[in-house]
Design a protein around this ligand. Sequence first.
Ligand code: GUN
Length: 313
Amino acid sequence: MTVTAPKARLIDGKAVAADLRAEVAQGVEAFKKRHGIAPGLAVVLVGNDPASEVYVRNKGRQTREVGMNSVEDRLPAETTEAALLDKVAALNADPTIHGILVQLPLPGHIDERRVIEAITPEKDVDGFHPINVGRLSSGEKALVPCTPSGCIILAKSVATDLSGREAVIVGRSNIVGKPLAQLLLRENCTVTIAHSRTRDLPQVVRRADIVCAAVGRPEMVRGDWIMPGAIVIDVGINRVPAGEPGKTRLVGDVAFDEAVQVAGAITPVPGGVGPMTIACLLQNTLAAACAAHDDADRLRPAPGQAPRSGQPS
Ligand code: GUN
């Protein structure tokens, strides 16, 4: 059996996320000097979904590590929608809290949309509120969803100028696919969003200089769908059975072993997009705190954010 060396450059999400957190920590230090308080992030968890517990714990730890104030509100699974909306209203009114994140999914008896819309857009560090969605798509300053921001930072870590490139996103979710399309458009890419009804998906993906896979289907994007030299950003995190009974492993939406032989650069799973999400959440929280204290201009624009003067057509 011949073993061929991987061709693609590995995009190290852990390292890029660590750099971003270090940059945020410096920004937090400067913010504290200017204002005498730390940026504050509140995370609300309803119930005890094990995966959500892990996310929330990690968020709390990393928030404290960059010097921010971390508030965790854990509410029982039977919390009513009205009680959760009261909690959100209290956080909206709290001047020490600059970012609010309500961990999803919420229990079935609570309307997620109603809760997201109750968060004040200026504290919506998830970027899920319709006002932020609208601001992003019309090129205004917005709080941008964290995972798509992370994808852009990773793509730019291997290609500083994405301008004019053909980008294909597989997956049209509100949380990743659609906002990622807006961010790639801001980078002057030509953007296609492919989805379950797309005809001849392999052929559509083959024309991409940048492939972003965000469908939640293990290893769906095959190596022979990838244009040689393309940048591949894999958002998928899927747990699948491993070789031995009872064992599992994580895989992305891209068949990594195949794609790594063809792509120019590729994110691994785990260790690619995953670590970027919390780092971008911290960046959003610092941006929200600066905006609340009228020093937004001290911040670099978030990745992909349009210059104030707008964009050429
Ligand atoms: N659950 C899993 N990921 C996320 C996220 O990025 N934001 C929120 N609010 N909930 C999540």
